[in-house]
Design a protein around this ligand. Structure first.
Ligand code: IMP
Ligand code: MG
Length: 179
């Protein structure tokens, strides 16, 4: 158990200011792209809850919001390899343009499984916007349609991202390194 939220944080990677600027730009892009279309934003819990909350408030067109929950990281910084969907959407998505709002793409496994599943439900379109992308870590081929920030191969926390469930409430993105 850490004592302070700054424990094991080695450096700030993306500041609150940089996040705000980027989300404004992304919100504008999405508002233009989906104007006049039935839009459903689908966020993957828990990591993307802050990105979803901030991004949707930069979107100026009507949209609906849904949540899914997946598990792939069990503890600490090591991936388990397989993806479980522990919470699914309840509604029929066939009348919506679906935009997945994800926190980070690492191995690519989570989103490739989620996209595979959602495609079988025939949305009008299916795209992905991710807050962070770690392309050097890919194990399965996967590319987001829009990326806010591309980062090197390092473990990061904050802005929704955790290490063993801690640090999600840091308002910026920082590199995690055990002291
Ligand atoms: P995937 O490896 O692309 O399937 O990513 C699985 C999940 O691992 C992401 O949605 C995150 O929740 C988590 N994850 C991947 N890299 C990091 C990281 O650097 N920090 C915190 N969580 C991460
Ligand atoms: Mg996630």
């Amino acid at each position: 158990m850490i004592k302070n939220l700054s424990d094991n944080i080695s450096k700030v990677l993306i500041t609150e200011e940089e996040i705000k600027t980027k989300l404004k730009e992304m919100g504008e892009y999405i508002s233009k792209e989906y104007e006049g279309k039935p839009l459903l934003l689908v966020s993957i819990l828990k990591g993307a809850f802050i990105f979803m909350a901030d991004l949707c408030r930069e979107i100026t067109i009507p949209c609906e919001i849904g949540f899914m929950c997946t598990e792939s990281y069990y503890n600490g910084t090591v991936s388990s390899g397989n993806v479980n969907i522990t919470l699914d959407l309840k509604r029929d998505i066939s009348g919506y343009h679906v935009l997945i709002v994800e926190d980070i793409i690492d191995s690519g496994r989570t989103l490739s499984e989620v996209c595979k599943l959602l495609k079988t439900r025939h949305p009008l379109s299916l795209k992905v916007v991710t807050f962070l992308d770690k392309p050097d870590r890919r194990q399965v081929e996967f590319e987001a349609d829009r990326v806010c920030f591309t980062i090197p191969d390092m473990f990061v926390v904050g802005y929704g991202l955790d290490c063993a469930e801690i640090y999600r409430n840091l308002p910026y993105v920082a590199e995690y390194r055990e002291n």
